[in-house]
Design a protein around this ligand. Structure first.
Ligand code: SAH
Ligand code: AVI
Length: 343
């Protein structure tokens, strides 16, 4: 097992997402300062994933209302053989997963590769040291024969991946519907950067939430146990740890409407009353009016055409489309084109 760390110049893994030293810490503070000054105010969603946030996300994936993880998992189990065959079968040299989380669904793909006679390397890229530790535990237990490399990195920045092994295609994975946490330009920039790490003929498997019943989508982000609300409020604890600011999560309501015309959940933290928050290293107080919101995430639903368009714009020729039985989740398999159109 090897670990590359790109959030800091080596040393101990960060226990708080993006809590880093030197230039990277300054960049995180600048990013937060700029985002909180926007209209509407924002905190980038990557700050949801400190240790506690990653653990809360894992709880979310098991909630009865949160259908995406279960739905994608079932689809992956059903289609793993077809996906791995299309990606080269036993010749597949490695799988590189962005935002791997606990990698609970990836095991289905790794097992399919083993069944087909391959032993691909697995490279897990995540901003959360907690998530990478869970990946390590899960794979060591489930599939100890798979070589695993961990990369602690923010994939919105320039990525440094281990050199390709060669000898067979590389399959990049971006699952969970995480692509829906970005608007199109950022999504295309990210997928194009992934394309830049691949050779022509390598592949990308992209998981996306699809447009479905607004009531079902709304419930998934407004669970009755309040776990998503806690996950949302926890972002303020992470900001406090990074910036030594003084947000009180208890002063904010979780608000997560499904905005039908924009095909997306918007997750907000709404001030319960007028607030004057000490921003610590971010500088100055933040004055919030009663009911003023800070947007912490968007989570988009797509049509099949929109997903294939994202692939195409990022340098991949769409080759296969797999959809869950009730059309709530889709997996698109694209092949890296020789020409980097869209880069
Ligand atoms: N793929 C997993 C996890 C999805 S949650 C699944 O489908 O269940 C999103 C994951 O992406 C989290 O593990 C989070 O830590 C990671 N992540 C979010 N923003 C990131 C960023 N900018 N760089 C790297 N990882 C990121
Ligand atoms: C990681 N991402 C795809 C999740 C989503 O559904 O957008 C994060 C999440 N936010 C609230 N619940 C889950």
């Amino acid at each position: 097992m090897r670990r590359l760390e790109q959030l800091q110049g080596g040393g101990k893994p960060a226990r708080t997402a993006a809590l880093v030293s030197g230039d990277a810490e300054a960049a995180a503070l600048a990013e937060l300062r700029e985002a909180l000054a926007r209209t509407p105010r924002e905190i980038p969603c990557k700050y949801l994933y400190d240790d506690r946030g990653s653990a809360l996300f894992e709880q979310i994936t098991r909630l009865p209302e949160y259908y995406p993880t279960r739905t994608e998992h079932a689809l992956l189990v059903a289609q793993a053989g077809a996906i791995v065959e299309a990606a080269g079968g036993a010749r597949l040299s490695e799988m590189v997963e962005l935002g791997s989380g606990a990698a609970s669904k990836t095991v289905a793909l790794l097992e399919a590769a083993l069944r087909l006679g391959g032993t691909p390397r697995y490279v897990a890229v995540d901003i959360s040291a907690h998530a990478l530790a869970r990946t390590r535990e899960l794979l060591a237990h489930a599939r100890p024969e798979i070589p695993v490399d961990e990369v602690l990195a923010d994939y919105t920045q320039e990525l440094r991946l281990p050199a390709a092994l060669g000898g067979g295609p590389r399959l990049a994975l971006f699952l969970g519907g995480t692509i829906g946490n970005d608007e199109d330009p950022d999504a295309i920039r990210l997928l194009s950067r992934v394309r830049g790490h691949l050779a022509p003929g390598d592949l990308l498997l992209l998981g996306a939430n699809l447009v479905t019943d607004p009531g079902v989508i709304h419930a998934a982000y407004n669970d009755s146990a309040g776990v998503t609300a806690e996950f949302n409020r926890n972002i303020l604890r992470n900001v406090n740890a990074l910036a030594r600011s003084a947000f009180d999560p208890g002063e904010f309501d979780h608000y997560a409407p499904y905005v039908v015309e924009r095909q997306r959940i918007e997750m907000w933290l709404v001030a319960r009353h007028t607030l004057d928050v000490d921003l610590g290293l971010l500088g100055g107080p933040l004055k919030l009016a009663r009911s003023e919101g800070i947007r912490t995430e968007i989570s988009r639903r797509f049509t099949r055409e929109q997903v294939l368009h994202l692939l195409d714009e990022s340098g991949f020729a769409p080759e296969h489309w797999f959809e869950s039985p009730r059309g709530r989740f889709g997996l698109a398999l694209g092949r890296a084109r020789a020409s980097l159109r869209g880069l």
